[in-house]
Design a protein around this ligand. Structure first.
Ligand code: NAI
Length: 384
């Protein structure tokens, strides 16, 4: 596979997610970091990019980067959009239309209509549009999906998923400008905690079961009363393969750290995985003893083997899960360039359609929360 060229927008010095992208994109030596518009302050972005070795491809803004890269014969093969949420739509749209493949941070857009637009542009242009539900890159999450698909726990009855942390629980800090904007509808949109974390849990439920969410009922609350948007939500949902779903997301759960976890219960067994202990998958076959599946074990699925790097017993964590999304994208881009079929075990990266489904769910959760938990269709119109 020829080495590919990668660029990033946002993810500047001091940002939360930028360093994880830099690490993950280059981890397997599949991408070179070639271009970036890394900061909303042009001078800072150029200075940081030059210190990272980007030379004259350290741009002052994303429009300049788009024009600059379009002119080059050695233009980037993939751009990551790691800016704040409200900018994702216009940047992703412009780069897809400019002929680039895009990995967009979640949430992909602010509205369902924008999500529909991105899906149709990706289809029309033929460029790849992926969304960074990066936790689906964990080896044992891929294995969980493979086990469910091959029927190891039978028909799925129930999915219980959560993403609950306690990092916005301090009422005395709630007015801090760095925290407050997240709960301000003008900046965050219709939902705070569900749009930020709940969508990871909901997407994970669809990813591992292979089922899509059809309808939902939400109880949304602001436990800290100066907040307009929710800091806690309990969402009941139903899936198109018949599974019943339960989801809890919170930012006021003091003592919780990251807090993403999922349990799936089928007719002949159960599975349990947690992001804070990602190297173990708990498998309970009906009527037998609990089994602990370790990442890196022999005889796991091809999907698990493809996404594991160090041997059993040595921990792998979040940047390696994100690196698996990049490895999938490198395979998808290279397969297109070489005119061959993509390795099916790599065709698991989350796509624009997943980003669109999440937006429809975000808006359904916000509307259901306002309507005392009324059950609402959670699907985008184009997927009903
Ligand atoms: P942040 O506020 O820490 O950093 C944002 C960066 O983007 C800063 O460097 C800022 O200067 C830059 N920026 C802002 N506007 C820009 C523009 N127009 N052009 C170029 N650069 C610009 O934000 P954070 O927490 O890193 O989040 C960024 C995105 O990543 C968000 O959409 C967030 O939801 C997502 N995220 C995803 C995670 C995941 O697990 N997939 C985890 C954390 C964040």
């Amino acid at each position: 596979m020829a080495k590919l060229k990668w660029g990033m927008i946002g993810g500047g010095e001091g940002s939360q997610i930028g360093p994880a992208h830099q690490l993950s994109a280059r981890l397997d030596g599949l991408f070179d970091f070639c271009a970036g518009a890394l900061d909303h302050r042009p001078d800072y972005g150029v200075d940081y990019g030059q210190r990272l070795g980007l030379g004259d491809r350290a741009y002052g803004g994303w429009q300049e980067m788009l024009q600059g890269e379009k002119k080059r014969d050695d233009r980037i093969d993939l751009v990551t959009v790691a800016t704040p949420n409200s900018t994702h739509f216009e940047i992703t749209k412009a780069f897809l239309e400019g002929g680039f493949n895009v990995l967009c941070e979640k949430p992909m857009t602010m509205t369902v209509e924008e999500g529909e637009h991105i899906v149709s542009i990706a289809k029309k242009t033929g460029n790849i549009c992926a969304v960074n539900y990066g936790y689906t890159g964990y080896s044992l999450v891929r294995h969980m999906k493979a086990m469910i698909a091959r029927g190891d726990i039978g028909k799925i009855r129930l999915v219980n998923t959560e993403f609950a942390h306690g990092h916005h629980a301090d009422a005395a800090d709630a007015d801090n400008p760095r925290v407050r904007w997240r709960y301000d509808p003008a900046l965050a949109g219709v939902s705070a905690q569900f749009a930020d974390c709940g969508i990871h849990a909901l997407h994970m439920a669809s990813f591992v079961t292979g089922q899509n969410v059809t309808k939902l009922s939400a109880d949304t609350v602001s436990c800290i009363d100066i907040r307009t948007l929710e800091d806690d939500a309990m969402v009941n949902f139903r899936m198109d393969g018949g599974a019943v779903g339960r989801l809890w997301t919170s930012s006021i759960a003091i003592g919780r750290q990251h807090g993403l976890a999922i349990q799936v219960f089928g007719e002949t067994g159960g599975l349990r995985w947690s992001q804070e202990q990602p190297n173990q998958l708990y498998y309970m076959p009906l009527g037998e003893r609990l089994q602990v599946i370790e990442r890196g074990e022999a005889n796991l699925s091809p999907e698990a083997d493809r996404t594991t790097r160090v041997t059993i017993g040595h921990a792998e964590g979040m940047p390696l899960a994100f690196a698996n999304i990049y490895a999938d994208l490198a395979e998808a881009i290279s397969a297109r360039k070489e005119g061959r079929a993509i390795d099916p075990a790599a065709n698991l990266y989350p796509k624009a359609e997943d980003g669109l489904r999440s937006m429809a769910a975000v808006h359904a959760v916000a509307a259901s929360g306002k309507a005392d938990g009324e059950w609402l269709d959670a699907r985008p119109k184009s997927m009903r």
